[in-house]
Design a protein around this ligand. Structure first.
Ligand code: MF3
Ligand code: CO
Ligand code: CO
Length: 254
């Protein structure tokens, strides 16, 4: 495994990239409303990232991904491609932003609702968010990735939802997706041991129904096999000497 430890100077660059990614999500919230297409959201974010932030939208052309952000609506689990789809009242959409600034990546996603969310969509989103935070709170030098995965899985399953297995969090830095893989399930005390200076993401995908997913023929869009709702939240984390620092806090988190 090729895990990188960031120097203090590199950690500062990760802080900047993380802040920029969070700023994009803070900016886009008010644009998520009935009648907007996911392509329009992509355009607004692309413009903001390239012109205002003078940063690079990491998804664009990443392994052939055609857009600058991911928009995953309702039963789309992740990697939804912005397009002509018009959002309507009751839709739940995950917007996933990754920017590159000064060579380093910041990666974060949140759920947004169009109008008033359905009761199940709201509960699913809350459980996904709470599970992400429980996982993050496990992070410290000497802890294992299984500690993170176990608390996430337990919280999700206690609420009778399911954890997607095929996609996971990841190390991040100069490279978008680097080692280690951060599974959102597992057994405490097992797996990779964390060290100060590592940066990684925690980004559980939580399904209302069964955990099984299917990849659409476009090669990117991941949907639930049973077409029930899915929700996801993501933060980029720095492991500090004493615990963790969240690099992608939004205005409402700080
Ligand atoms: N941002 C996603 C993640 O959290 C990855 C998106 S890859 C893309 O890891 F190509 F679909 F953009
Ligand atoms: Co990520
Ligand atoms: Co992401």
């Amino acid at each position: 495994m090729n895990v990188t430890i960031k120097t203090p100077a590199e950690q500062d660059k990760m802080r900047v990239a993380g802040r920029l990614a969070a700023d994009v999500l803070d900016m886009i919230g008010e644009h998520v409303k009935a009648g907007v297409t996911t392509d329009q959201l992509n355009e607004i974010c692309h413009e903001f990232i390239t012109e205002k932030q003078e940063a690079i939208p990491a998804p664009l052309n990443y392994r052939g991904f055609p857009k600058s952000i991911c928009t995953s609506v309702n039963h789309v689990v992740c990697h939804g491609i912005p397009g002509e789809r018009t959002l309507k009242a009751g839709d739940a959409v995950n917007i996933d932003i990754t920017v590159i600034k000064d060579g380093f990546h910041g990666d974060t996603s949140r759920m947004f609702f169009v109008g008033k969310p359905g009761i199940q969509a709201e509960r699913l989103s809350e459980v996904a968010r709470e599970s992400m935070w429980l996982g993050i709170e496990q992070i410290a030098p000497g802890k294992h990735l299984g500690d993170v995965g176990e608390v996430i899985q337990k919280n999700v399953e206690r609420n009778r939802f399911s954890v997607v297995r095929e996609y996971c969090g990841h190390g991040i830095g100069r490279v978008f997706h680097e080692d280690p893989q951060v599974l959102h399930y597992g057994k405490a005390g097992t797996g990779f041991e964390l060290r100060a200076g590592m940066t990684l993401t925690v980004e559980p995908m939580v399904n209302a129904g069964k955990r099984d997913v299917r990849l659409l023929p476009d090669g990117w869009t991941v949907v639930t096999k049973d077409h029930k709702l899915s929700a996801q939240w993501e933060h980029t984390i720095l492991i500090t000497d004493t615990g963790f620092e969240v690099l992608t806090l939004g205005a409402n988190d700080r």
